[in-house]
Design a protein around this ligand. Structure first.
Ligand SMILES: *Cc1c(COP(=O)(O)O)cnc(C)c1O
Length: 216
């Protein structure tokens, strides 16, 4: 059986992107033991550097050994209770994923359909939240990679800030590309992945949450 049939083809996707040689060289080195002081120091330093990169000063910054979708799923599971209502902005493949994850974990998902390729109209979001004050979260992409559309999360945060509604931002392709100020803007949860602008292999995701919300 051929376990590995990699012939070094080119990768033409929004991510995973091709890994630059200087990163592949580091990945080719011997590992360090994960229960040593050396590893702890490298881990904590990497965490601080990532926090700086995504401008997250919160202690609520976690890495997951998962794809980006894993961190999306973790935010759906950990910030909401089954039966709660959320609004998913669906303007492409990844917006559809938010809606699907929400339903999978028992949330009542209201979908705001946005024409593919277009950005969501913040007034529409505000209108839905005004009519449905029980909505506990807005799930949105900052960059909807499947179409290239940018959703203006800074303006959306102005709408969610003074409500009991968390703004959960999939920034998997936005981090490292767009300037983003989670604390200043009032983004409640920001999710990232390793294989897009960070130019790392897939399998590492991150979640930054400037705000804490108690469940229950
Ligand atoms: C790539 C991407 C994902 C999915 O990431 P995986 O690591 O493949 O799970 C989710 N959202 C956006 C916006 C993406 O670009």
């Amino acid at each position: 059986m051929k376990l590995f049939n990699f012939k070094g083809e080119r990768v033409f996707t929004p991510g995973p992107v091709e890994i630059p040689d200087r990163i592949r060289e580091v990945l080719g080195r011997q590992i360090i033991h994960h229960r040593t002081k050396e590893f702890t120091e490298a881990f904590l330093e990497t965490r601080e550097l990532f926090k700086r990169l995504v401008d997250c000063t919160s202690e609520n910054f976690v890495f997951f050994a998962s794809s980006g979708t894993g961190a999306m799923e973790a935010s759906v599971q950990n910030f909401f209770n089954p039966g709660e209502k959320v609004l998913a902005v669906v303007g492409g493949k990844f917006g559809e994923r938010w809606a699907e994850l929400g339903r999978t974990w028992g949330l009542e998902v209201v979908e705001l359909q946005v024409e593919w390729g277009k950005s969501v109209d913040p007034d529409q979001v505000e209108d839905i939240l005004n009519k449905n004050p029980e909505i506990k979260g807005v799930l949105v992409q900052m960059s909807e990679s499947s179409t290239g559309a940018y959703h203006d999360v800074k303006t959306l945060a102005k709408i969610t800030k003074d409500r009991d509604t968390l703004l959960v931002v999939d920034a998997i392709t936005a981090l490292g590309v767009y300037n983003m100020k989670p604390h200043e803007w009032g983004l409640d949860v920001v999710v990232g992945g390793s294989q897009k602008a960070f130019m790392l292999p897939p399998g590492l995701s991150m979640l930054c949450s400037p705000k804490r919300r108690k469940k229950g």
